[in-house]
Each structure stands twice: as structure tokens, then as C-alpha cells.
Design a protein around this ligand. Structure first.
Ligand SMILES: [Zn+2]
Length: 87
């Protein structure tokens, strides 16, 4: 983080003034902290969405798998029944 006026590195972020030019930096630091917080929130939101998407995808896949097993079982029963009751 650098001073917006003179570019001096703000080593002490809690300081109210820049050590290079004496400009008040509390607003600048607060804005930067807000931006960081927003980025963190965005990252948290993104990861949450990713996890939710993964779980919904996995859920859909499990549903599809169960449907396949059900259809296969039904086909097997149908074949078994046809073979048994025809003869
Ligand atoms: Zn400065």
C-alpha cells in the first residue's frame, strides 16, 4: 500500500498521516480496507457458489445413477419375467 500522493510505502497503516508528505491517509487506508473486505466477501461468495454447484452436480449425478440402476433393474425384471412366463 502506497501513499496516493507521493507514493511512499505506508509502513504503519494505523498512522493517520503519510510519513513522506504528511497527507492524511486514514480515509485512504479505510477505503483500501473496505476494498479488501469486499474482495474477501466476493471470494467467499465465489467459493460458496462453487461448492454449491459441485454438490448440486454431484446430487444430479447421484440421481442419474439411481435412475440408471432403477431402469436396469426394471429391464432385468422384465427380461426375467418374459423368459419365465412364456415357456
Ligand atoms: Zn505521502
Amino acid at each position: 500500500m502506497n501513499c496516493p500522493d507521493c507514493g511512499t510505502a505506508l509502513r504503519r497503516k494505523r498512522a493517520a498521516r503519510c510519513c513522506g508528505c504528511g497527507r492524511s491517509i486514514s480515509d485512504y487506508v479505510a477505503a483500501g480496507r473496505r476494498r479488501e473486505k469486499r474482495l474477501e466477501q466476493l471470494a467467499a461468495l465465489f467459493s460458496t457458489a462453487l461448492v454449491l454447484a459441485f454438490f448440486s452436480w454431484a446430487g444430479f449425478f447421484a440421481l442419474f445413477e439411481a435412475l440408471c440402476v432403477y431402469v436396469l433393474a426394471a429391464l432385468a425384471v422384465w427380461y426375467w419375467g418374459r423368459a419365465t412366463f412364456r415357456s
